[in-house]
Design a protein around this ligand. Structure first.
Ligand code: SDX
Length: 383
């Protein structure tokens, strides 16, 4: 007798609505992304990452006092302790930056006695602390990965510019600061993507925010999710010039290989974030003498859309983001951690929203094995 609540089986929960939310809306048909009712294009043009982080968590853009209090809190919490910096120095040289990030966030949580309190106000405070610390952790990992000592944070810089300074050892130009801040806005939230779902599932057991974000980071690392940006750049570099695109991409499609930075479970049209990032990539590659890479990327896009556009396969957020970060000077291994710096706000906001009207996630599996009961055969009598 089927359980009365049973719904039809869907691999990967494709098409299944698992929660209600007021935080963000991904319109896969019209190619729109909305945070709390604001189009991302409006936020990129007129807001900044601190405002957007506040908007995702609290539902409205902050007034002057709320903004000042939130920014002060982020600056207060962004500083790392000596033992945390020592751990980064110890592991960052060997470990992939995403593994290092996952480890350091987990370590900081392991020391915090507040992680045993399921109260959502306590977990909200922990969430804001994590939002504040992640850029400092990632920039310290980036520098340790390259054998450099951590830098900053510099309290005179914005959230994104501090991350730029801490990672690259120099302050950003105006356009570089704008691009990185915009990229953080664009990556901040995106519906029930795998890493957000992973975090929500974790907190639905009334686990703590550090465990929630550790789970989300671990999930984002995968090449089908956050890890695609690093591989998309490698593909663009491999193609190198527009003339090679048809041959390289055509061959990959024939071999049924997935082209990194294309396709999406929800967008069956051009990812609106990719449109904005493409403009930045064109600007910054030109400014840094890498026009050839942009031309190659643009041709890859043309070839992909001509061959797979009819299947709803278009550039996603990961196709141009890596090219932009690389042209600014970021090491490709740090691209996915940059994604985590931004998405931490979405992870915290969605986890808090869910746990405040909680229902433990516990889907079912369709059993297709032998129903039995099978007869037990002692090992000596088995073939
Ligand atoms: C992110 O969920 C989110 O919102 C994620 C994200 C966020 O902000 O959190 O937007 C960030 O993860 C973006 C996606 C980054 N990943 C990649 O770029 C990796 C490459 N993309 C694919 O792996 C794929 O497009 C997915 C995983 C992103 C989505 O794929 P689906 O919905 O699971 O679709 P599928 O794998 O079932 O493919 C359907 C068809 C298949 O062809 P057929 O077997 O039907 O002939 O489309 C083909 C696939 O082969 N296809 C691709 C392709 N993506 C799908 N073919 C070539 N290259 C691709 N990239």
């Amino acid at each position: 007798m089927a359980d009365t609540h049973e719904v039809q089986f869907s691999r990967g929960l494709e098409g299944v609505i698992a929660a209600e939310t007021k935080i963000g809306f991904v319109d896969g048909v019209e190619g729109r992304l909305v945070y709390r009712g604001f189009d991302i294009g409006t936020l990129v043009e007129q807001s900044n990452f601190e405002e957007v982080s506040y908007l995702l968590l609290y539902g409205n853009l902050p007034n002057k006092k709320q903004y000042s209090d939130y920014v002060s809190k982020l600056k207060r919490y962004q500083v790392l302790q000596k033992d945390e910096l020592d751990l980064i120095t110890k592991i960052a040289h060997e470990a992939h930056p995403m593994s290092a990030l996952r480890t350091v966030v987990s370590y900081i949580g392991a020391k915090d006695s507040r992680t045993v309190e399921p109260d959502s106000e306590v977990q909200e405070e922990l969430g804001v602390e994590i939002i504040a610390k992640i850029p400092t952790i990632v920039s310290a990992i980036n520098r340790a990965h390259e054998g450099e000592k951590p830098l900053g944070p510099d309290n005179d810089l914005s959230y994104s510019s501090n991350f730029f300074y801490g990672s690259l050892g120099r302050k950003p130009s105006t356009i570089e600061a704008k691009m990185l801040d915009a990229a953080l806005i664009l990556h901040a939230d995106h519906g029930m993507n795998a890493s957000t779902f992973s975090g929500m599932l974790t907190i639905s057991t009334l686990s703590d925010m550090y465990s929630t974000i550790t789970a989300a980071i671990a999930t984002l690392k995968g090449p089908l999710h956050g890890g695609a940006n690093e591989r998309a750049l490698a593909l663009i570099q491999k193609v190198g010039t527009p003339d090679n695109a048809e041959k390289v991409i055509g061959g990959m499609i024939e071999r049924k290989e997935k082209i990194m930075g294309f396709g999406h479970r929800v967008y069956k049209v051009y990812d609106p974030r990719a449109r904005i990032l493409k403009q930045f990539a064109e600007q910054v590659t030109k400014a840094h003498g890498k026009e050839n890479l942009f031309a190659a990327a643009n041709k890859i896009e043309e070839v992909m859309i001509s061959k797979l556009g009819s299947k709803g396969i278009f550039p996603n957020v990961d196709f141009y983001s890596g090219l932009m970060y690389y042209s600014i000077g970021f090491n490709p291994e740090i691209f996915t951690p940059i994604f985590a710096v931004s998405r931490a706000s979405g992870w915290v906001a969605r986890s808090l929203e869910y746990v405040r009207d909680n229902r433990l996630f516990r889907p079912k599996a369709l059993y297709i094995g032998e129903k039995g009961p099978r007869k037990y055969v002692p090992i000596n009598e088995r073939d």
